[in-house]
Design a protein around this ligand. Sequence first.
Ligand code: HEC
Length: 156
Amino acid sequence: MQLMRNELRNILWLGLLLGGLILAILVGWHQVRTVSPAAASAEVIEQGRQVYADQCASCHGAQLEGQPDWKTPLPSGRLPAPPHDAGGHTWHHPDDILFRIVREGTAAIVGGGYESDMPGFADLLSDAEIRAVLAYIKSTWPERERTYQENVSQPH
Ligand code: HEC
């Protein structure tokens, strides 16, 4: 009888121990899952900041301010580089359009012989770098523009 009570107690302890272990693993896993996307995106935004400085700032401005008088066509008839901050209209466009503009260039996206000084970066930037530079641009927008752009990017 005494022996059985001891065994029972051992089994109970073991059960508690295992339960605690499983709980710890689940909590840890949950934290890793909820924390890592934000951590990854900070890295991506940093990478995008670099890509922007190297490839985009010369036309769109170091502070994303665009070229002066960007709404007036140049003597060539083409448009100057618009700002990417909240004062521009980059945030009006859904993700897939922005991605294609940067990858293929504005002329290819508009078609119909439209001429544009916005080059395509397919040969210079990987798809991941294009996503990173767009993530960086978005990270500079105020809440209102970011929400608007997230909404137009949803599949309809
Ligand atoms: C040689 C100058 C030049 C460089 C370099 C350049 N752009 Fe542009 N970009 C332009 C011009 C000019 C336009 C406007 C084109 C038009 O509407 O015809 C434009 C337009 C855009 C648009 C569309 C904006 C809108 O509101 O419709 C996006 C997005 C964009 N550029 C992103 C980028 C990114 C990201 C980079 C760097 C990877 C980059 N551009 C580099 C000149 C440039």
